[in-house]
Design a protein around this ligand. Sequence first.
Ligand SMILES: NC(=O)c1ccc[n+]([C@@H]2O[C@H](COP(=O)([O-])OP(=O)(O)OC[C@H]3O[C@@H](n4cnc5c(N)ncnc54)[C@H](O)[C@@H]3O)[C@@H](O)[C@H]2O)c1
Length: 257
Amino acid sequence: MNVDGIVLVTGGSRGIGAATATLLAHQGQRVVIVDIAPEPLAGTQAILWPAPFDVASEGAVVSGIADIERAHGRITGLVNAAGVFGKMHAAARVRMDNWDREINIDLRGTFLMARSVGERMAQRGAGAIVNVASVAGMTSGPIHAYTAAKAGVIQITQTLAAEWGRAGVRVNAVSPGFTRTVALEAGIASGALNRDRLVRNTAMNRLVEPVEVAHAIAWLLAPASSAVTGINLPVDAGFIAGSTWDAYGGWPETPDA
Ligand SMILES: NC(=O)c1ccc[n+]([C@@H]2O[C@H](COP(=O)([O-])OP(=O)(O)OC[C@H]3O[C@@H](n4cnc5c(N)ncnc54)[C@H](O)[C@@H]3O)[C@@H](O)[C@H]2O)c1
């Protein structure tokens, strides 16, 4: 990672973004967080951009990035962690206002941020971007706009990596599995999601911790991954590997030791 510049983390006040900003700051990186609902992070040096920042608004993104660079210096790392979960419905019941909201924030917002920061990085000849996609973008589920948005994030990651590779800018994605954030816990508390079902379909029989996603993001930002671009790295406790086993009757009984 280029410690001369700053790492900008969107959605940095909560969940995966907050865990990532906290980890990067502890690693000695200068970190600025932006969020539509800005809240400072306790116990870290991460700098809060105090004004609400909407990644889905083109005007706000373009002017906000210029203001942040003027105040805090060049952005050499970008983490696009801002996002909203999808509403779960049969196709017939998908409300198009919800469709537009999920696509606007999760896909359009990620593209707007990546483009606005990535163009600056490309002009300077260096930078790394990590987009937070989802296992939902690699599998099917009753979250029609969300799965499409996250599949789109994986695709734009590859496209932008190809476009800016010669300019020294790397673009990668991580795809978290079900990760123990406030947003996921709220989904479980509301009854929309069932913890036991989420857990038992993973190879590792557990949820992912936000800091585990943060470590993958930190690696993709760092010089340690200097030849890696255009990839999508699942961080899912084996959800993709394990989610088909139920069709075969689940996991075999472990023989008695
Ligand atoms: N938690 C999971 O199980 C999981 C799994 C796969 C992918 N993800 C993805 O990870 C990302 C973070 O999810 P999380 O679980 O940490 O959620 P979260 O709700 O805890 O955090 C998301 C943050 O993004 C902010 N945000 C929302 N809309 C915004 C906007 N328009 N502009 C700027 N900030 C905005 C929120 O205020 C919040 O602070 C999302 O893209 C989500 O889709 C999460």
